[in-house]
Design a binder for this molecule. Structure first.
Ligand code: FRU
Length: 495
């Protein structure tokens, strides 16, 4: 099988060629979702950064577009965001055209080589044709470097409550907030995060927005904060914070603070391959729509694809849940995925012990499927799913109901020797308690598994590189008569 056949995802965005990392500048306008991304068009490793571009009408099927932003004399174009400026606060629009404004980081490689500190600043560009072509603002940068080495990844959002644009920026070990009326002149507001949360690496790619608690009228502000390294299973990962914002300062909610006194951080996704994710601007959905980069800086540049490197996660809907004095950010795949379900296999009341095959490759193509499995009457034990092929590649995942964690084990998943960090440890998501029942939504797309546990309470996203496609899914438990109440497997009609 060719690299394309074996590894090119069916329904996750991946560039036709060459290197991609973070998602950037996502916005929705007039029926189209835009996704920009950190892109190096001349090689399959990280290099001088551009913004690549792709569009979709449903967040699932993507069409790559011409490069949106090229490096210039101020530097490479690092990560950032874009906003639809409906009221033309920037003045870049005119009577008939709504401006879209991109806010991104300039990273100056010349200053960097010279060992300078002030290598990163923020620039803007605008588009008057719905994001297809961009004009850089003539007076960039709009936010100069204040003497902080890592000063990047501006995420701008309209704060309707306080009638201001807010820019959230990563500054070494903290997030900074700036405010503006016109997206051009920015005023420093405050900062957050020093000595709070996980600090195993540099803070990068923040996002900051209000969310409804349990779909009620009450809101809390959520700060997504990527960091690299320092993730729960090594390398890059994204933590989150819940609190209140008075238009100037972000303060942790006391209950969330209490949650943080029991653990280092709360993680958006405990798998190794979901990084630098942020949300869509101007999204038509009630809840924020999110996408992440489905890789990890530990090995992203060494994974065994040559033509392109990296894909994005599936876009996800975020919800804020509150119960038993605890907040939790819930992720579920966007509902549009359901439009591609072609065939559904349903199996009920399966009683199993030892190793039992649940799905065979002739029943369904495991390289593009969504599988829901519900376990019931769980006694204290481990339930291990495995994806296998005929030549012995095995990806294991499941729940340890004794020590209370979810896991993915890539040790035998296929090609793993390109990096020691890829499969040396089992990835875990800690659970607060033992479960009597458990629901897994498992999304498979050639090189990736996204596990949504109990409707998105926990998520594990990881990539893998089989030598041959996986042909069946089995489950094993040493419990006497382990039970599956229902299994639903959906084959997707897309590639
Ligand atoms: C995160 C990151 C960002 C930066 C970009 C450079 O993965 O390091 O902080 O803007 O990638 O490509």
């Amino acid at each position: 099988l060719t690299e394309e056949q074996l590894y090119r995802p069916n329904f996750h965005f991946t560039p036709e060629e060459n290197w991609m990392n973070d998602p950037n500048g996502m916005f929705y306008l007039d029926g189209t979702y835009h996704l920009y991304f950190q892109y190096y068009p001349n090689g399959n490793k990280w290099g001088p950064m551009h913004w690549g571009h792709a569009t979709s009408t449903d967040l699932i099927a993507w069409k790559q577009q011409p490069i949106a932003l090229y490096p210039d004399k101020l530097g490479y174009i690092f990560s950032g965001s874009a906003v639809v400026d409906h009221h033309n606060t920037s003045g870049f629009g005119d009577e008939t055209r709504t401006p879209v404004v991109a806010i991104y980081t300039y990273h100056d490689p010349i200053k960097e080589k010279a060992g300078k500190i002030d290598i990163e600043s923020q620039g803007i560009a605008y588009s008057l044709d719905n994001g297809m072509t961009w004009t850089k603002y003539s007076n960039n940068p709009v936010l100069k470097n204040p003497g902080i080495k890592n000063f990047r990844d501006p995420k701008v959002t309209w704060d309707d409550i306080h009638q201001q644009w807010i820019m959230t920026l990563a500054a070494n070990d903290r997030a900074q907030f700036y405010s503006s009326k016109n997206l051009i002149d920015w005023t420093y507001l405050s900062e957050f995060g020093q000595n709070i949360g996980a600090h195993g690496g540099v803070w990068e790619c923040p996002d900051f927005f209000p969310m409804k608690i349990n779909d009620s009228a009450n809101t809390k502000w959520v700060l997504l904060q990527s960091l690299n390294p320092g993730g729960p299973n090594g390398g890059s990962a994204t933590q989150y914070f819940i609190g209140d914002f008075d238009g100037k300062t972000f303060k942790l909610d006391p209950l969330f603070k209490n949650q943080l006194s029991k653990k280092e951080a709360l993680w958006l996704d405990s798998g190794k391959d979901n990084y630098a994710g942020v949300t869509w601007n101007n999204s038509p959905s009630a809840n924020p729509t999110y996408i992440g980069w489905m890789s990890n800086w530990q090995y992203a540049q060494d994974v065994p694809t040559e033509t392109w490197r990296s894909s994005m996660t599936l876009p996800r809907e975020l919800k804020l849940s509150y119960s038993s004095s605890e907040y939790k950010l819930i992720s579920t795949p966007v509902t549009q995925l359901g439009n591609y379900f072609k065939e559904t296999i349903t199996k009920k009341n399966i009683v199993f012990k030892n190793n039992t095959i649940l799905l065979k490759g002739d029943e369904l193509d495991l390289s593009k499927s969504v599988i829901d499995v519900s376990l019931r009457n769980m006694k204290t034990d481990t339930y291990t799913f495995s994806l296998n092929n005929t030549i012995g590649d095995t990806l294991k995942f499941g729940i340890n109901n004794k020590e209370n964690f979810l896991f993915i084990d890539r040790k035998k998943s296929g090609i793993i020797n390109f990096s020691n960090d890829f499969a040396n440890k089992i990835s875990k998501a800690n659970l607060d308690k033992r479960h009597n029942s458990a629901a897994f939504k498992i999304i498979l797309d050639k090189t990736s598994i996204e596990i949504f546990f109990n409707n998105g309470e926990e998520v594990l996203t990881e990539i893998f590189f089989t030598n041959q496609p996986y042909m069946n899914l089995s489950i094993e438990s040493s419990e006497k008569d382990a039970e599956i109440s229902i299994l639903k497997a959906n084959q997707l009609n897309i590639n």
